[in-house]
Design a protein around this ligand. Structure first.
Ligand code: DX5
Ligand code: ZN
Length: 224
């Protein structure tokens, strides 16, 4: 069975209890910790920045998967490294010099990822796909947790999978937004390698159990 990676998004957690949430993730079947950084400019919301990220890093026993929803991300790459990012994704829509930015992320010792909005065509990744480790495919419009999954994501996964194969890329496909127990197995079967989940994990009575259920969702459900 394929090893689906689970990246709980702390955006949906209670920040008054951030260490408890990290401890839950540390002890769970989760693989990464997804951290959503929003600037109130690229997206209509502001989340958190370096001090919170550094605090999360101090408690985390799993890699930090940092998703930048900010304009001019290239200005802050070294700061995100310092704050503890292991995987760093920038939005294609916010990065006019994407190749330079991706190369700088790798040179700093992080894994580069590219995030792509629901309306943005997969074709725009053609020239960069071989240089990145992760595509963060947005399955909601970025900015908020707890939104409804956009169904067109399945056909984007399909096109992305073909692109990855045809360009001999090692990039993983990460699905971000609206992932729940009803769509997780279908997403994995469609080709998702990493599932981000905020509400489904931190809205659950038992977040650790929710993570396990997502991790092994193809065994729990028979959806095709
Ligand atoms: C949305 C963020 C997501 C969000 C996912 O802008 O990028 O990572 O936290 O939350 P859920 O799983 O609740 O949609
Ligand atoms: Zn995210």
């Amino acid at each position: 069975m394929k090893n689906t990676l689970i990246a709980p998004s702390i955006l949906s957690s209670d920040f008054g209890k951030v260490y408890e949430s990290i401890e839950i993730i540390n002890k769970s079947d989760a693989d990464w910790i997804h951290c959503d950084v929003m600037d109130g400019r690229f997206v209509p919301n502001i989340s958190f920045g370096f001090p919170i990220l550094s605090a999360v890093k101090r408690a985390a026993k799993k890699p930090l998967d940092v998703h930048l929803m900010i304009l001019e991300p290239e200005n802050y790459l070294a700061d995100f490294k310092k704050a503890g990012a292991d995987i760093l994704s920038v939005h294609i829509e916010a990065s006019p010099h994407l190749h330079r930015t991706v190369s700088a992320i790798r040179a700093l010792g992080m894994s580069p990822g590219v995030a792509i909005n629901p309306h943005t065509s997969i074709d725009l990744l053609y020239e960069i796909i071989a240089d990145i480790d992760l595509v963060c495919l947005m399955s909601v419009n970025p900015g908020f947790g707890g939104q409804k999954f956009i169904e067109n994501t399945y056909s984007k996964i399909d096109r992305l999978k073909n692109l990855i194969i045809s360009r001999n890329s090692k990039a993983k496909i990460e699905i971000d937004g609206g992932v729940d127990f009803n769509n997780s197995a279908k997403l994995v079967n469609a080709g998702a390698d990493v599932l981000v989940a905020g509400n489904t994990v931190f809205g659950a009575a038992n977040p650790g159990e929710a993570i396990t259920k997502l991790k092994f969702s193809t065994a729990y459900t028979t959806t095709t």
